[in-house]
Every structure is written in structure tokens, then in C-alpha cells.
Design a protein around this ligand. Sequence first.
Ligand SMILES: NC(=O)C1=CN([C@@H]2O[C@H](COP(=O)(O)OP(=O)(O)OC[C@H]3O[C@@H](n4cnc5c(N)ncnc54)[C@H](O)[C@@H]3O)[C@@H](O)[C@H]2O)[C@@H](O)CC1
Ligand SMILES: Nc1ncnc2c1ncn2[C@@H]1O[C@H](COP(=O)(O)OP(=O)(O)O)[C@@H](O)[C@H]1O
Ligand SMILES: [K+]
Length: 455
Amino acid sequence: MPAGAPILSAAQMAAAEAACAARGIVPADLMERAAHAVAREAARFAAGRPILVLAGPGNNGGDAYGAACLLRAAGCDVRVAALGEPRAGAAAAMRARWAGPVTSLADAPPRPFVIDGLFGTGMSRAFDGEAAARLCEDAFILSIDLPSGIDADRGAALGDAIRADVTLALGSLKFAHVAGEAASRCGHVLLDPIGIDVSSSARTIARPRINPPAAAEHKYSRGLVCVIGGAMGGAARLAAAAAARGGAGYVVLASDDRRTPLDAIVHREPDARSDTIADVRTSALLIGPGLGRDAAARAACAQALASDLPLVLDGDALALISIAALAARRSPTILTPHGGEFDALFGAGDAPKIARTVAAARASGAVVIHKGADTVIADPEGNVIVANPPSWLSTAGTGDVLAGLVAARLAVTHAPMRAACEAVWLHQRAAGLAGAALVADDLPMHVPQAIAECR
Ligand SMILES: NC(=O)C1=CN([C@@H]2O[C@H](COP(=O)(O)OP(=O)(O)OC[C@H]3O[C@@H](n4cnc5c(N)ncnc54)[C@H](O)[C@@H]3O)[C@@H](O)[C@H]2O)[C@@H](O)CC1
Ligand SMILES: Nc1ncnc2c1ncn2[C@@H]1O[C@H](COP(=O)(O)OP(=O)(O)O)[C@@H](O)[C@H]1O
Ligand SMILES: [K+]
């Protein structure tokens, strides 16, 4: 996935295209550039294999006809199968340029390399993809802009969506390249801006820059993280270990369980929880992993919310707070809900995940890390960063590790959006280093290497 790249909705993409027209760059120019970009990548990936171009009725099909012409002119073995004919505009002009035969999808024999130009951002309703699926079954598939059959904003598959090996995004990434089910249908995502200027408040995550501590730093100035544990000691221990490996200068774990994951982590008795929450040296307070939901947990949460400390709320804590209480806070707050916790706190809805997360950040005044295979980080100003972490993270306790990393980065940076992005990047990188079939306990030990890569 291109790092730090803007992400647009289909409507925002259309507006950016329209703005090009105002500068004298008409749709036919953009389609010409798109066709060149597709032909270039197709020639590279096909590497001499016979090519079948699937062309749809809209501009995505126009890009496909344009690429077919260029590939044929370059000496490639190209055939075209179409679903509907472009009737007007740049796409019809590209269709007219193709002098070779055009068959229906049903009549086309399979070929080892497929350029999928059936539908892009204009996909509006489910399509019957049976014939396309037969042609794609054993082929390497390069999708133009999006795998055909995807809702560009929600990332939902509308009917028999295509599963690509490579997707070449045109102009900008769209929500579907990073969101929902679609993200896993795109394969390797490439981006060609084709000369369109885009700006967006949403971007893909990029490797952060993390400097070593300055010479004058000491353990308290480096950042003191306090983790408030509860019923399930293991979760708080995972979080504390991650905070320690995530660059905090000092980590305190207030928990019933006297075991700490590292000797460097200081244990406090749970009845000292209240003192811990009141400790003004604390740079970031983490509450929630393994907290439980009993009266003591509720009281600890209320005290944490009422304090002026920078706060990270995860797991059980998210069930013990209200949006109003969050909005009343003046100090930085970061929430780390998974999908279920998010819906319980902010309500479920049909809008795309990015929009729902921005609305939650605005309503709560907090930075929200809405976790999952498409992790959306939003701040109350509407800035959004999206990450697609490795799916091996779908195992118990990895969220506790993330919460510890968030607390550490908040303690060090004092900047909640930056802290959230650093933590999510370090978490996904640590997962990559831990590799297949990781368990949550494996992650903290890989965080120092991930940090070392951020210089
Ligand atoms: N972003 C940009 O600036 C550029 C975009 N271009 C291409 O234009 C594409 C968007 O083009 P369009 O807006 O024409 O949309 P599409 O080409 O994605 O498809 C829209 C067409 O498909 C039809 N359609 C939608 N759902 C259908 C279904 N289920 N069954 C049958 N027909 C269906 C629509 O009625 C319409 O005719 C992009 O994805 C990209 O490939 C390029 O041409 C160049 C520049
Ligand atoms: N399929 C997936 N692909 C990528 N990341 C995932 C997937 N499922 C879960 N994750 C990540 O794993 C972590 C799980 O957090 P959470 O659900 O809170 O687990 P726990 O409470 O057990 O620690 C989150 O960072 C989430 O983004
Ligand atoms: K496509």
C-alpha cells in the first residue's frame, strides 16, 4: 500500500477530476494518462503472457480500451472481451480506437493475464460476475482503479466482485482500497496520480520518525506511564510490557496481581490505584485492559476521566464511560475501540467506517483508534489515518499491547494524534517482525526493532 497517500471518496475524486477540467485538462487527457499507466504496469506484470482485457461500459472500460491499444501497438498479444459498450465521451472515443475484435465475456476463452476494466468508482449496483469469474479463475489479474464490483466508498463487494493480484489506483486511493472487505480484494495496491492534484484529510499510515531521547532526558521526563489493572491481570501486564518497550521512561502497573512482566516495571497495590491516578508525574494513564466492570472498575474509570492526566481508554473502560464525560475533558484522550466496542459507545451505522470514526472523534473530543483489518485513526479536527495491519493480529491480547504502545507514545510525545499513529505503526510493524501465528506476548519484544526503523 502506498504510504502517506491521500484517500478520497468517489465524489471527492469526481470533484478533483472536475477541477482538472477548469485547468484545461479534459477527461480525454486523463483517460490517455490512465491508459498509459495501465499499459505500463500490464506489460511489466504480464511479462510476455497473452493478455485478455475485460472492458466495461463506463470510463473504467475506456481506460481498458486505451491500454489494449497501447499494448497491441507495443507488440503484446491482446484480446478484448466487453460487457456493454461505452456510448459517449472519452470512453466511446477510446472504444473507437480499438480496431481488433471484441467478444462477449461469455464467449471469451480464458487467458493467463487479465486486465480488469469492467467497473471502477461508478459501480452502483450488484453485478452478475459469473462470466468474469470464469475468466479470472486461473489468471493473474490487474484491476484498473478498483477490483470490479466494489462500492468505492464502503468497500463492500456488490455481488461477485473480482479478486485482484494487483490494483492500479488512478488519481488517488479511494476508501475501498483501504476499507472493509474490498481492501483484501485489491491485492498489491499501486497508485498513479496521472497528474491530478488531490488533497484530502484522510491518508494511509506512513512510518513515523522517532528520535532517540535527548541527552538531558531522565526516566521521568522520558514519560511515566501508569497502567491501571483489574480483574484480568494478564491484559494489564501485556499493556505494561508494551509501554515499557514502546519508549516510556518509567512504567507503573497498579494491579491485584503482583507479577510484573519485566523487573523494570514497578508494581503498585490496587488500593493505591487512587494515588496512582492522582500522581501528577504521570505523563499518560492507561485504563481498561483486563479492568473488569465491577464497582471498583467503575470508580477507577470515573476518577481517571475526572483527572487532568492524558488518558488512554481501552477494553472494559470503554463500556464504563459516556460521550458527554469524554467531551467534558480538557486533557488529551485516546480511545482504542474494536468494532463492537465502537458500536456500543457511539452507535452502529451505515456510513463508511472513516466517516463514523470522524464523527465519534468530533463528538467525544478524543482521538479514536477504531481497530480492525482497516484501522481508522481520527482526531476531532477531522484528520484521518488508515492502516491495514497484518491479519495475524487477530488473536487475543494484541489490543492490550496496542493500548500499552499508545500510552507510551502519548507519554513521550504529548500529542494524541501523533501518538496514536506512531503506536499503530509500531504495532503493525512488530506484528510483521513477529510473523505468522504470533501471540500477543511475542509483540513487545519486537517493538524496539520497529522503533529503530523509525529514525
Ligand atoms: N479518477 C480519475 O480522475 C479518472 C478516472 N478514470 C476512470 O473512470 C472510472 C470511473 O468511471 P465511471 O464513472 O464511468 O464509472 P465505471 O466505469 O466504474 O462504471 C460506470 C458504468 O457502469 C454502469 N454500471 C454500474 N453498475 C453496473 C452493474 N451492476 N451492471 C452493469 N452496469 C453497471 C453504470 O451505469 C455506468 O455506465 C474510474 O474508476 C477510472 O477507472 C479514468 O478514465 C481517468 C481519470
Ligand atoms: N483481521 C485482522 N487484520 C488485521 N488486524 C486485526 C485483525 N483483527 C484484529 N486486528 C488487530 O488486532 C488487535 C485486536 O484488538 P482487540 O480486539 O482489542 O483484542 P484484545 O482485546 O484481545 O487485545 C487490534 O489492533 C486490531 O486492529
Ligand atoms: K476495475
